[in-house]
Design a protein around this ligand. Sequence first.
Ligand code: FAD
Length: 299
Amino acid sequence: MEGLGYLLALPRFEYFSPKTVEEACSLLERYGREARLLAGGTDLLVAMKKGKEAPRYLIGIKALSDLDFIEYDGELLRIGALATLQSVADAPIIKEKFGLLATACKKVGTPQVRNMGTLVGNICNAGPSQDTVPSLLVLGARLKVVSSRGERIIPLEDFPRGPFKTALEDGEMVTEVQIPTPPPRSAGCYRWMTKRTEVDETLVGVAVLVVADPTHERCEEARIALCSVAPTPFRARRAEALLRGKGISEGLLEEAGRAAAEETRPRGRAEYRKLLTSILVKKALTEAWENLKGQEVVS
Ligand SMILES: Cc1cc2nc3c(=O)[nH]c(=O)nc-3n(C[C@H](O)[C@H](O)[C@H](O)COP(=O)(O)OP(=O)(O)OC[C@H]3O[C@@H](n4cnc5c(N)ncnc54)[C@H](O)[C@@H]3O)c2cc1C
């Protein structure tokens, strides 16, 4: 049945198509836990077909065209809740300044999935293996959340509250992701291994961002985030601390890889996932550091 899931019938539900964010929020408030927002549906409809979710009310947000944007003002990148994974992967400003996010979006599923699925849906699904989250974590992303009570900003790191659970309260929806420009003298990348084929779920995903000191000889700061190796994606802070202020050597990168692996809590294939984590972290750090060497030295 696994490969024929798309033939399964959806459970019954009532559908709404609000025309404004306010209307969407008031529907969410009215129906509470019995309602779900529907963006691209690439996670939610699949979960409903498999019987893992059975919301009585679906609130489709595709008509909220004001949320379909990607904007950059020179300091802050803002990506609206309706921007698809493909549009994020293709945006020239994202390829140029936030390349690891473009890579992560391009990794997700197939072209059909990327053209339907949204970046914000990927975040809000809050599964352990959401591919875009590690890159967003090392980029220091935050979420703009709106409800009838007003607006608030949630750092992405505080958003997942367990597998498929988020910090959203009743009546709240995410309207945009905000990402600050990466620091000067920084480079990052996203590397992963899938379960079987190229389009399979990620077995281990690793995003890194390294910042060089002004001489380009030492690592001023390193950020490392992982997915699929714990109940939620997370920053590997102990591995990051090992690199801070140090000259980069192969031995140090290996040590950081091992430290990151120790921070994981994989449920299945634990030994294999830990080994892959140490290899991918070292590989990603090496690649990012090599990319930095090509950049101009600022003294
Ligand atoms: C064949 C296939 C392959 C896939 N491969 C991958 C993969 O390799 N990597 C990966 O990470 N994912 C993968 N996915 C999962 C999926 O495509 C992504 O998670 C997608 O980005 C979800 O976005 P969506 O717009 O479709 O969300 P939806 O399915 O519409 O929603 C997902 C969840 O987010 C909530 N939500 C959506 N928008 C908002 C909002 N604005 N505010 C609050 N909550 C909201 C919904 O209520 C729901 O709970 C795959 C899916 C399929 C079907």
